[in-house]
Design a protein around this ligand. Sequence first.
Ligand code: DGL
Length: 278
Amino acid sequence: MPQGHSAPAMRVLIFDSGIGGMGVVQSLRDTHPTLHIDYLADTALFPYGEQPDAPLTLRIVSLLKSACDRLLPDILVVACNTASTIALPALRECLKIPVVGCVPPIRWAGRVSQTRTIGLLSTSATARRPYIIDLHQRFAADCRLLTHGARGLADLAERAFLGEPIADDDVRRELRQLFQQPFGTEIDTIGLGCTHYTFLMPAFTRLADQPVTWLDPAPAVARQVGMVMSQIAQEDRNARSARLLMTKAPSDCIRLERAVERLGFTSWEVFSPVSIPA
Ligand code: DGL
């Protein structure tokens, strides 16, 4: 590199169905304050947790291919468990950049639990996937795993992120779907299997019926991104900038702008490549 020229700016593209990946952005901002972060939210098809697997996989691959062609990231972060648990192999095959995924923290829960009964909160799609059974068998086979595929929590997280009030009873009702299962009172560790839930952590810790260690993988995903970055190039310390793209315009622009500004996004735009399967 000739003197006086800095390395080209490292670009990271973070992807989720909605605001879930903002937890990873938050952690990345802590460790890499000047990093160029683009964010794509597939808000037109939110919530992913209610979509059938096959068309969803096709859409994710097609959407991210278009987004990578347009934004030219060095690293793609699929900050969505529902997407990662079906689309990572296809994405790694068709994109020529490193792809960091986000998978439910069952292994981590298995390391932490004393009672050997662990819980997983995720979307309903993630909860029913063979991926979960596989993780459980490979990494926490000696633990009893209780799962709850929640329909309502991602919506509540979207609202919490925007600073809107959410009802304690709505959160409590979902948590009890775990605690009231057989052996639920033995759960001592719960993993967040949906990135949206980062923004419900204060409610979870306040409203849980019993003492629980909560595991949020967002900081670990950010660390993994840092490791991949250190392997591929030097970060330009002066590069901080950010673009926020959504496949559908938000219903409350003002609230959204206020919520994302603290994470470095000063504007947003609608991204709608013509070819993505609906
Ligand atoms: N944030 C997503 C996840 O990690 C899912 C939310 C949704 O779209 O249902 O699974």
